[in-house]
Design a protein around this ligand. Structure first.
Ligand SMILES: [Zn+2]
Length: 102
């Protein structure tokens, strides 16, 4: 008598119904596994992207501090008679305005 073989796991069955049942189960498990792998990959990418943004933010904050110190020192040194510092800050109303505080 011919055996019925599951196309996924290779188990043998005496009737087609049992084989179909096994294939259904095996297929569901494979899909579940693939879904988990996809999710893990996405989470890893998300962590990497977040970490890259974090690095950029830290770099921006570092530059912000550096600019702030340089502007303060400029203002102190030239007592506002040198080249206007405002030209660096076309949108001077925003956070940078604090740098222009004498
Ligand atoms: Zn199977």
């Amino acid at each position: 008598m011919d055996k019925f073989v599951c196309g996924y796991c290779g188990k043998e069955y005496d009737n087609v119904e049992d084989r179909m049942e096994c294939e259904k189960k095996c297929r569901a498990e494979i899909l579940k596994k693939e879904e988990k792998e996809k999710e893990a990959k996405r989470n890893e990418e998300m962590d990497n992207d977040y970490s890259n943004i974090s690095k950029l933010v830290k770099e921006r904050d570092r530059l912000d501090n550096q600019i702030s110190k340089a502007v303060r020192s400029y203002n102190k040194k030239y007592d506002n008679f040198g080249l206007s510092i405002n030209r660096f800050f076309p949108f001077a109303i925003t956070p940078f305005a604090t740098y222009l505080d004498f």
